[in-house]
Design a protein around this ligand. Structure first.
Ligand code: KG4
Ligand code: ZN
Length: 324
């Protein structure tokens, strides 16, 4: 079954044709990052305008490229995301589905990130249901129990800033460009993650929720107090220490809650997804923190399918298609 995916929820305009939920036959993704960088983050109305322009410029070419393939359904990232941007994709996908005379499958973008893990990858094993999903993106930090593709329960939710959002804000405080996650990860290599003791968010909290705004404020206060002590030459080590120490606190908070979720649910299979899943330190901290207490299986998407694209939308929709 071939599903055509449409993704416009944030700053990527993406179209993809995916076979049986895992094999990408064709994908075109245009990033708006450079357009938003000057504003230090995504501007929703600018994003919506850019999606319209991008869809016009890539749409016809994309349809020509996939001309030889049959299309069984159109999937679109719906509801979750920046409203004006999401609406552009929804309208475009509805038009496509109508003109192709195939069903339209609206999907939850955040949940689709978990299904991005199977795209173009060869795992020796796959988790059985139920498994735990960790969604770590610019908009979400969630721990979700999946009993099936459509039956899932959010065990722990984003209380304030999502973890990717906190990375973007910390990067901005350090004058690193948007999106901040990859910049913070790169600068952290220069630093010592044990050099600054930032708080570990919700360390003694009883829930599985995640919060990063207190940590963000602690980083802001530290930068304000210490920044002046460094000159141009030594500044990169200051930035490195802040990035590395921030990263360790954020990821320890996540690992603590995932460990708690595993203890409570007795489920030891974890699938991660979303832009922050690109970060190697997250994977290491999860192994270090949880591996000591439990044997567990971790499934991580390939870097390309951590961040937003239409392949993961089509990939998840394949699992919903039998229900429509
Ligand atoms: O999943 P995604 O592409 O978009 C949303 O659905 O939000 O995630 C984007 C987020 C941004 O906040 C970005 O800074 C973060 O993922 N990100 C990272 C890394 N790469 C992207 N965060 C930490 N480390 C990275 N290597
Ligand atoms: Zn996303």
């Amino acid at each position: 079954m071939n599903i055509l995916g449409v993704e416009t929820t944030c700053d990527e305009t993406s179209l993809a044709l995916v076979q049986d939920g895992v094999k990408v036959l064709h994908e075109t993704t245009v990033s708006q990052i450079l357009k938003h960088r000057q504003y230090g983050g995504v501007v929703p109305d600018l994003g919506a305008r850019e999606h319209l322009t991008n869809l016009q410029s890539i749409g016809d070419e994309f349809m020509r490229e996939i001309n030889d393939h049959k299309i069984d359904a159109v999937a679109v990232a719906a509801k979750i995301g920046l409203p004006p941007a999401v609406q552009v994709g929804e309208a475009y996908a509805a038009g496509l589905a109508k003109s192709l005379n195939v069903p339209l499958i609206p999907v939850n973008h955040a949940v689709a990130h978990i299904w991005g893990t199977w795209i173009d990858q060869k795992f020796e094993t796959k988790p059985e249901f139920p498994f735990l999903g960790l969604i770590v993106s610019g908009g979400h930090s969630q721990i979700v129990q999946f009993d099936s593709p459509t039956s899932y329960e959010v065990l722990g939710d984003t209380l304030d800033d999502a973890v990717g959002e906190a990375f973007d804000k910390v990067a901005a405080m350090l004058k690193l460009p948007y999106p901040g996650g990859p910049e913070v990860e790169a600068m952290a290599q220069l630093g010592d993650e044990l050099s600054i003791k930032f708080p570990i968010p919700l360390k003694d909290d009883d829930t599985l929720n995640l919060s990063f705004s207190g940590l963000k404020t602690a980083v802001r206060n530290y930068i304000a107090a210490e920044e002046g002590k460094y000159d141009e030459k030594t500044r990169k080590f200051f930035v490195g220490d802040v990035c590395a120490s921030f990263q360790l606190s954020a990821f320890t908070a996540i690992a603590n809650k995932v460990l708690k979720a595993m203890q409570e649910t007795k489920i030891h299979e974890l699938v991660i997804g979303g832009g922050v899943a690109c970060n190697q330190r997250l994977v290491d901290v999860l192994f270090n923190r949880i591996g000591e207490a439990h044997q567990f299986d971790l499934y991580v998407p390939s870097k390309q399918y951590c961040t937003d694209n239409a392949s993961l939308i089509a990939g998840y929709a394949y699992n919903l298609a039998e229900e429509i």
